[in-house]
Ligand binder design. Structure first.
Ligand SMILES: [Zn+2]
Ligand SMILES: [Zn+2]
Length: 495
């Protein structure tokens, strides 16, 4: 069989050929109309892209598969179509000795597949009428991973591709949020320890792979990565004389991904299919290619009530008119706040906490960003928001749900704008108050909000500083006059 490069040239699919073709005005009537790029050439060759029309897609994959099997190197990134096979790009890292990534190969493989199954179960909730075989999943990666990085951490890269599930961009992002939640809850329950945080899984499953631009998609099976040559740094002046990269400026790196496992919808591994796809590049590529001529996603998708929204990663930390200090995860305060937030409503029972920040002056309070099931459920609209998440505020008066929605509308709102909304406060016991607000000790919760500020250590320090050094007065006075919350956020309290 002709190699991929010759086949592409003959069919005039390279970007440089297409550009030349158009420039010469040769688009005669019998020529196929130009199509947008379908694959990027990460080595920058031939105009950096290939334009494969849908009719040639199968032939393209056959030629690529034959090249991969013959050991020829390619650097292809497949650009997703508007409707695409569902895929997740996972990069997961752990310190050496991690219970999952640090385990013996067979144990590790089992634990990794267990996590993939938790994703399958989570996705099934989005297809209430049953997903059939649509949740079959290809687990692709590098045999023998994880690799150890320079600083001793373990890294495992995986692509999860669902050959029978077709989604649009919005569905892909929602399903990704569901997968992130499932992975976090699984890690939390399995007590593997180090990776059970919401922020960790948000980062581990790349949210940036679904863009409408060329970045939407994945590196293809069997293809290599390129990294910049560290000797010449790809500088035009140094590159031509570089021995390390032979003048190319970049070096082949990262091993190609191959099929590591095929799980059917119910989570059972088919050893036969796994073996077939692991040893047959053409078959694997035809199952794993993201592009499709379909115009409609797989029917039956429904975002269930409480399903996580897609905005978690984008939400900026809430502002409260005061400097905020991060509360570290290992502290008892963090664990207590997570419990408090989860107990405010059954909707929030499995919420993940992205981060907790403490107001460093004024009335003591904590701002809590959340992720996972329930993180978009706003009590002010009594439903899930489309893309924004809620957050929580913990003050001596109790825990209130607040909302990142900045829409200037009161339509369908229970109590005014979401931006100003506070739910009723859930109170807590004295021991919790002592832990979280040591300065507010002994005060009645309702009275605490304003007067507790006087007792916070930072204000005490400021008062002391004022007594010690009168020159500190202007700064201290300005700090005292600053409202506890930004003026724009204030609204009348109807308590
Ligand atoms: Zn070089
Ligand atoms: Zn809201």
């Amino acid at each position: 069989m002709e190699d991929l490069q010759r086949w592409c040239i003959r069919n005039r699919l390279y970007a440089d050929q297409q550009a030349l073709h158009l420039a010469k005005g040769k688009a005669a009537e019998d020529d196929a109309p130009p199509v947008p790029p379908s694959h990027l050439l990460m080595d920058g060759a031939r105009g950096g892209a290939i334009h494969v029309p849908p009719a040639l897609e199968g032939e393209f994959l056959r030629h690529l598969g034959a090249d991969v099997a013959a050991g020829r190197s390619h650097f292809l990134h497949e650009i997703r179509t508007p409707v695409t096979r569902l895929y997740f790009d996972m990069d997961w890292a752990a310190p050496a000795g991690d219970a999952v990534l640090g385990a013996a190969p067979e144990t590790r493989r089992g634990a990794v597949l267990e996590r993939v199954r938790s994703v399958q179960r989570a996705l099934a909730r989005y297809y209430p009428a049953g997903a059939g075989a649509a949740l079959d999943v290809l687990v692709c990666g590098v045999e023998g991973d994880p690799r150890t990085t320079d600083d001793g951490a373990l890294k495992l890269g995986l692509h999860l591709i669902f050959p029978k599930l077709f989604v649009d961009r919005e569905q892909a992002l929602l399903l990704r949020a569901g997968a992130v939640t499932a992975l976090r809850l699984h890690a939390e329950r399995s007590e593997a320890g180090t990776d059970a945080t919401a922020a960790y899984w948000e980062k581990a499953v790349d949210a940036g792979r679904y863009g409408d631009n060329r970045s939407g998609g994945l590196r293809m099976l069997g293809c290599w990565k390129l990294t910049r040559c560290k000797v010449c740094n790809n500088r035009p002046a140094a590159r031509p004389h570089c021995v390390r990269c032979a003048g190319r400026g970049r070096l082949q790196s990262g091993r190609p991904y191959a099929v590591q496992a095929y799980l059917c919808s119910e989570g059972l591994e088919s050893a036969e299919v796994t073996r077939h796809l692991a040893t047959n590049a053409v078959a694997a590529l035809s199952q794993a290619a993201l592009r499709t001529a379909r115009v409609a996603p797989t029917p039956g998708f429904r975002r269930y009530r409480g399903a996580p929204g897609v905005g978690a990663a984008a939400a900026r930390p809430p502002s409260c008119g005061s400097a905020l200090a991060l509360v570290r995860r290992e502290t008892p305060e963090f664990a207590r706040i997570r419990d408090l937030v989860r107990r405010t409503s059954p909707f929030y029972a499995s919420l993940g906490v992205l981060d907790v920040k403490r107001a460093t002056r004024g009335a003591g309070k904590y701002m809590v960003r959340v992720a996972g099931d329930g993180s978009s459920y706003c009590q002010n609209v009594m439903r899930d928001h489309g893309s924004v998440t809620i957050y929580f505020e913990v003050s001596p008066a109790g825990v209130t749900q607040r909302c990142f929605c900045r829409c200037a509308t009161t339509d369908g709102r229970l109590d005014g704008l979401c931006s100003a909304y506070r739910s009723n406060a859930s109170t807590f016991d004295g021991a919790t108050r002592d832990l979280l607000f040591p300065g507010a000790r002994g005060r009645a919760p309702g009275l605490a909000t304003r007067s507790a500020g006087l007792a916070t250590p930072s204000l005490q320090r400021m008062i002391q500083q004022l007594a010690d050094d009168p020159r500190a007065f202007p700064a201290a006075a300005a700090a005292c006059a600053a409202p506890a919350r930004g003026p724009a956020r204030r609204r009348p309290r109807f308590s």
